[in-house]
Design a protein. Structure first.
Length: 109
């Protein structure tokens, strides 16, 4: 059966097997390329990509959840929200003072 007709997941597994066999000396790159129905150049490209992916997966990474990236626009919006909340508080205080003064002036009438 042609390699192209194999399901993608099985094809990936087959590539992994061939790469491991070549790396362990059980098979030559030429033989693996022939079995996978690709050129030797294509085999080496796939091997390089596969091994670099494995390397990336095995590298030591920081533990825990990754931190939140800094978002400048989000920070500007937070600062603006804070300023607006302060302005609302100030205006509410001014309105309370006006209400008290108005109630006081009505009592005097």
């Amino acid at each position: 059966m042609s390699v192209e007709m194999i399901e993608p997941e099985q094809r990936v597994r087959l590539w992994m097997e061939k790469i491991v066999q070549v790396q362990s000396g059980l098979m030559t790159a030429s033989a693996a390329a022939k079995q996978m129905e690709v050129s030797r150049k294509t085999y080496y490209q796939k091997e390089k990509r596969g091994l670099s992916g494995m390397r990336a997966g095995l590298l030591q990474k920081d533990s825990g959840r990754p931190g939140n990236p800094f978002d400048e626009e989000k920070e500007k919006l937070k600062a603006e929200k804070h300023k607006l909340q302060e302005e609302i508080t100030r205006l509410q205080q001014v309105q309370r003072v006006r209400d008290v003064m108005e109630a006081d002036s009505e009592k005097k009438r």
